[in-house]
Design a protein around this ligand. Structure first.
Ligand code: AMP
Length: 526
């Protein structure tokens, strides 16, 4: 797979270009020193600089792409387009924003930038409307059962249980059925041994015309969910992310947090964002900027994306993606929370675990994981927010064997931390690690299962500290399945090393409802 869809639906790992500091291929063209190649890594705070003309078109680099989603231009330099429009990529680089010429649609014949994760190469598998490469089984079910999909709606996705295999998910009378797509020795694909095909497209065409043993004849491809988040607000804020304060208009207050007020804002009069304003003097601007540099590189569909900052003047603004339902804690306590079933609750936990598993992989610690720091948007989409911010209030440990370990931090003297969410070793010895995040995740699961109830509801902070020393743990909340409670208890093991990893927590929660595999005509449906 050529990676475009990968970038839509899945995380960017450390090997992904978006996390690389610098790519030699992305340096400005030596022969055109004044040109700003869209691939160049430009770190500058010069907002007055006019965008310069990109390097001349190179016919050899031309590639044609198809838009998968609609996009409205946010600046004078990018192009609006609709799903189905075609465009020619004019410069070859692997940045998040590509310089293209639109061939069809509202921007036909114009050149400008487009978000790379909104397009796929023409005639590639990624461009097929039914190809949902990295959609997980549970997500496939959710997608097919929503968005007004009709009987026969389908998609093809990667199979979670077997790397390299594909699955066909089909909506049949309100239920989703899954078929494995297997390959013959010579690479032909099939769902039933009785008939194989050269390509997936041939397979889809066949079962769109004939039911031929399938539970239902294939109908329309599953409708796409919302367009993905772009990487950065525009091509030049990806690297040049100190933005002028004047480009942000504050619209309405969304809430007040530990660091200051949060607003819904409009960037460049085009793009809705969340603006976190930091109370003047609440943290050292240099410390914050250093941390924000790291936070900006952490990208995952289950982490709130940091878009830009305004650190010139006060208050400091942190510009992030906006989530329509606000914090998970509020969401759970309100009417929407009351409508959640156990399946939704488990799935929300799985999403948080997925975001945290990515941080774990990046050797990064959240330090303040709680329902108040998870944000929710449509369809119960959850993303982890405020990762790293707590660190700005902490310092790296000095001295001592254990302290040499890269990821252990001490709270600065006098730092307040949320006692009921904090692991014992962090409370008593100021040792924060990914395993103290796991402890907090157990508390977060408790919050989810109790619809946002305060943990240890009858105990004061002081009593909690005392009782945890004696081995005390919260009991299973009413209505919480035993398996879910066991996961919480695993997170609350005394010894940090006995607690599970986020990777394990993610798969345990994702596989929570895994159904038994049963057969259809040839043991292929599951
Ligand atoms: P915080 O400072 O992160 O604790 O945020 C305070 C409140 O602002 C939260 O409880 C949310 O209701 C709201 N909020 C913060 N960030 C966002 C965001 N990115 N999108 C929507 N609402 C937000």
């Amino acid at each position: 797979m050529d990676g475009v869809r990968d970038r839509i639906f899945s995380c960017c790992l450390s090997t992904c270009p978006c996390l690389r500091e610098q790519n030699p291929d992305k340096q400005p063209d030596a022969q055109t020193p004044n040109s700003r190649s869209p691939g160049a890594l430009i770190i500058t705070n010069d907002h007055t600089q006019e965008p310069q003309a990109p390097a001349p078109e190179n016919p050899q680099n031309r590639e044609e792409f198809l838009a998968l989603f609609d996009y409205s231009a946010r600046t004078d330099e990018d192009l609006s387009f609709n799903a189905g429009d075609r465009m020619l990529r004019l410069l070859k680089d692997d940045q998040d924003w590509w310089y293209v010429r639109a061939l069809t649609g509202i921007s036909a014949n114009r050149t400008g930038y487009i978000p790379a994760n909104y397009v796929a190469q023409v005639e590639s598998l990624d461009a097929e409307p039914w190809y949902f490469a990295d959609t997980k089984r549970l997500d496939a079910e959710k997608l097919l059962l929503s968005h007004g999909n009709q009987h026969g709606a389908f998609l093809i996705r990667h199979c979670e249980s077997q790397a390299g295999e594909l699955s066909l998910s089909v909506l049949d009378s309100g239920r989703v059925k899954h078929y494995k797509i297997r390959r013959t020795e010579n690479g032909r694909c099939f769902v039933s041994k009785s008939r194989d095909f050269l390509t997936l497209k041939d397979l889809v065409q066949h079962y769109s015309r004939n039911q031929d043993g399938l539970c239902v004849r294939l109908g329309l491809p599953c409708k796409k969910s919302e367009a993905p988040q772009t990487y950065g607000l525009s091509y030049n804020t990806v690297d040049q992310w100190e933005i002028p304060r004047s480009s942000i208009r504050l619209l309405q207050k969304l809430g007040t947090g530990q660091f200051g007020e949060v607003y819904e804002g409009l960037w460049n009069n085009t793009t809705k964002v969340a603006v976190k304003t930091l109370k003047p003097g609440s943290m050292d601007a240099q410390d914050f900027l250093r941390e924000a540099q790291i936070m900006k590189k952490l990208r995952h569909p289950k982490l709130i994306q940091l878009y830009a900052v305004c650190t010139v003047g006060e208050p400091v603004y942190i510009i992030t993606e906006i989530m329509s339902h606000g914090s998970l804690q509020d969401y759970l306590q309100k009417d929407q929370g009351a409508q959640l079933g156990v399946g939704d609750q488990v799935e929300m936990g799985a999403q948080v675990a997925a975001g945290m598993a990515y941080l774990e992989l990046q050797n990064y610690i959240h330090r303040d994981l709680a329902a108040r720091n998870v944000l929710v948007s449509e369809n119960n989409i959850c993303k982890v927010a405020d990762f790293g911010l707590a660190r700005v209030f902490m310092k790296k440990s000095e001295g001592g064997a254990e302290d040499e370990e890269e990821n252990v931090y001490e709270a600065k003297e006098g730092t307040k931390f949320p006692v009921k969410w904090t692991a014992p070793e962090a409370l008593h010895d100021n040792k924060f690690s990914i395993k103290s995040d796991v402890w907090s995740f157990g508390i977060l699961l408790y919050e989810i299962m109790t619809f946002g109830q305060m943990p240890y509801p009858t105990l004061s902070n002081f009593q909690v500290v005392q009782k945890l020393r004696t081995g005390f743990r919260m009991s299973c909340p009413p209505g919480c399945p035993k398996v879910m409670y066991e996961i919480m208890m695993d997170c609350w093991k005394d010894s940090p090393s006995d607690r599970p990893t986020f990777e394990t927590l993610q798969w345990k929660l994702e596989d929570y409802f895994e159904l038994d595999i049963s057969s259809y005509d040839d043991a292929n449906r599951y």
